[in-house]
Design a protein around this ligand. Structure first.
Ligand SMILES: [Fe+2]
Length: 268
């Protein structure tokens, strides 16, 4: 099986050299309806890349049902989508569900872009995936460096390999700012590294309820646009949807990325 490494930055042929369209969602929690709506969104927007920013699986010990996929079902549903898939870990991807997902993905023959303090490149777009400081990441990060989640341990080295292109799209399950989530759901280290390097766009989830209470799903950290694309339901509730997701379009000038149009949130 091919798994994305820190240095796997060879351009993929599927994305246009000039424009890369991205669709991001978080917190699908194995909800069958949300995975179905994701396919519909892909058919509508035809992105080059989908980024799922954690909790696409679920650590809750609930049986598969009409409302709930297995990790195998989720892997096969995602692998069947006609675009690249990039995954960042949330607190619900753990040793109980990730190995099953990974094994099912292996049967599809597709590259597994499961980022861990690492980057992947599609066309000219570089996407960086953060770790998640919550839950057990031993299965996700097995055999991969660094073992520390502190961005001071890995971000500067990673950006040396990417150059300015690495300051485009960062995926982090825990939101970086209290503007987007409750205090206890945020990771202040993420805020600090965003403030320092100023990527164009960060996408988070994890806190499902705060953006719905406040109406605030987007903020600025310096020049960075930071969004919370979390869903409106909690994992154990049966009802879900409509799917909340964001679309973004990146263009490039002399290799430097820029957002071609404002990031748009759908389904809220
Ligand atoms: Fe979460």
């Amino acid at each position: 099986m091919k798994t994305t490494s820190r240095m796997n930055l060879e351009p993929k042929p599927s994305a246009s050299a000039e424009t890369v369209k991205v669709l991001t969602a978080t917190d699908l929690h194995l909800k069958r309806s949300l995975y179905g709506e994701l396919r519909t969104a892909v058919e509508q927007h035809r992105p080059d890349v989908i980024c799922l920013v954690g909790d696409f699986l679920d650590a809750e010990d609930l049986p598969p049902s009409n409302e709930r996929l297995t990790p195998t079902g989720a892997a096969l549903a995602l692998a069947a989508l006609p675009c690249e898939i990039v995954l960042a870990r949330g607190n619900h991807e753990d040793y109980e569900n990730w190995p099953e997902f990974e094994a099912a993905w292996q049967t599809t023959g597709r590259t597994l872009n499961a980022l861990h303090c690492s980057a992947v490149k599609f066309g000219q777009l570089v996407i960086i995936g953060f770790p998640c400081g919550l839950g057990d990441d031993s299965a996700w990060s097995a055999g991969r460096e660094p073992t520390s989640h502190d961005p001071e341990e890995w971000m500067s080295d990673l950006l040396r390999t990417t150059g300015p292109a690495g300051r485009a799209l960062w995926l982090m399950h825990e939101p970086p700012s209290r503007e987007l989530a409750a205090y206890e759901a945020c990771d202040p280290d993420w805020f600090n590294v965003i403030e320092l390097y100023q990527p164009l766009l960060t996408v988070s989830g994890h806190d499902h309820s705060t953006p719905l209470k406040t109406g605030r799903w987007r903020t600025k950290i310096g020049d960075t646009v930071a969004v919370n694309a979390g869903q409106r339901v909690e994992p154990r509730k049966a009802a879900a949807g409509p799917l909340i997701y964001c679309t973004a379009e990146f263009k490039f000038l002399n290799g430097r990325p820029r957002l071609a149009v404002p990031v748009k949130r759908h389904g809220a």
